[in-house]
Ligand binder design. Sequence first.
Ligand code: AMP
Length: 192
Amino acid sequence: MTRMLIIGPPGSGKGTQAERISERLGVVAISTGDIFRANVKGETPLGIEAKKYMDAGDFVPDSVTNDMVRDRLSQPDAENGFLLDGYPRTTAQVDYLDQILADGQQELDVVLQLTADDEELVARLLGRAKETGRSDDNEAVIRHRLDLYHGQTEAVVAKYAERGILTKVDGIGGIDEVTERVLTAIESAKAV
Ligand code: AMP
């Protein structure tokens, strides 16, 4: 049973890696960004609310995000493990996740951080913008999302490092190569 987080700046490939790890380890991958995008597409009230923030590259408020995560983690497929991608992004969300897990007498096993340099990320995201047409992939918004990562999400990483459950993985390289690095990192983290 494995409860994991994957954290990384926008464009670090965390979504792609999360899908692959989920397949290999047989745990469900839960991406808050994907849940928001599905709601935007379906024009649900949650999606309509979230879209304003997403298009600007801002965080969706905790009043929306936290309940959504609590609800998703309470689904039966997450009972025996999960890989959470894109949450928590702020220290307040870390506190909230601690509470969700404590309520279920659960603990995190591993927190993975994918690392990559900012200029590489901007180049990748501009490339992705052309392919997918994601509305939050233009340069000004990309830079804002990176600023939020450095300003807020790095403090999340520091918290898990203090707890001794953080593993950093170099996110630069081919997709398969990075997947192998991630799987090796998970194995060694679990062996500790
Ligand atoms: P992602 O696919 O992880 O890059 O997320 C896309 C967008 O969804 C982000 O830029 C935010 O607007 C929103 N989002 C995803 N996860 C969170 C979160 N944990 N807290 C707030 N907003 C989030």
